[in-house]
Design a protein around this ligand. Sequence first.
Ligand SMILES: *Cc1c(COP(=O)(O)O)cnc(C)c1O
Length: 312
Amino acid sequence: MANINDNYLKLAGSYLFRETARRRAAFIETHPEADVISLGIGDVTLPLPQACIQAMHKAVDEMASADTFRGYGPEQGYSFLVDKIIENNYKGLGIEADEVFVSDGAKSDCGNIQEIFSTDNTIAITDPVYPVYLDTNVMAGRTGTLQPDGRYQGVTYLACNAENNFCPELPEKPVDLIYLCCPNNPTGTTLTREQLKKWVDYALEHDSIILFDAAYNAYITEEDVPRTIFEIPEAKNCAIEFRSFSKTAGFTGTRCGYIVLPKTVTGKAADGSRQALNPLWNRRHTTKFNGTAYIIQRGAEAIFTPEGKAQV
Ligand SMILES: *Cc1c(COP(=O)(O)O)cnc(C)c1O
């Protein structure tokens, strides 16, 4: 008999975004004069930068000719893109090419990363936040059941509300995996260098890993807000960063993102030894993923050209 993964039955009945859409529609119905700021699911509104379009057209033509055609590429991404990512987004931070994994987007990465961690780990998420972190951990069995208050047993929720200016406070009890979305979806909260350093210090002190979703990093304008968690040097021992071209360059339908996982980030094995996470993720990524399409990676590369940057 094929038994199912019962954890799926713990998931809240309707996907969060369907519920927010329903409530929004109901509210607008009864308050037609209201100017609603929706924190539900959205999408980008402009087409791709012209530089990306041109690069992708060229890549399509390459696919038509035997001497320029590309089949399977490196699962971790082509070096033409990885090198641009490092040069533009991690310059001077000591990130190496084999610490970057190009993917089909941050949603899959945020959801899949938990596979390399034991199901015994405890997790902390800010409240509210992008729901993928929670739901993927429910699926994996890292939570108890859904309670009447809409929260899962065993999850540490870090309140972000008007009282704390939507800025999460450190967990009271130690947790193993901490999801930080910065700038936060949906609140827009960012953490200054000083605030982020506190989280890194906390993670190092408690042997926790920070899963840092920087999908909106392109929207940061403040000088004292790090663009990447790796601007805090110690983060190279305790953090994994998720990036996406979706919100940066309108790639929501085109699909491209990446993970940065330094080789110095480690976790504990059952035998007590320290193990680097990078080779585990490399194994997972190359076993279950065959790389982002060549054409799309050429499109992403074009974001880093002078025209691409200007158009973004
Ligand atoms: C949109 C979004 C993602 C998903 O990005 P994709 O690369 O399109 O999968 C991940 N995290 C947050 C916080 C987002 O808002």
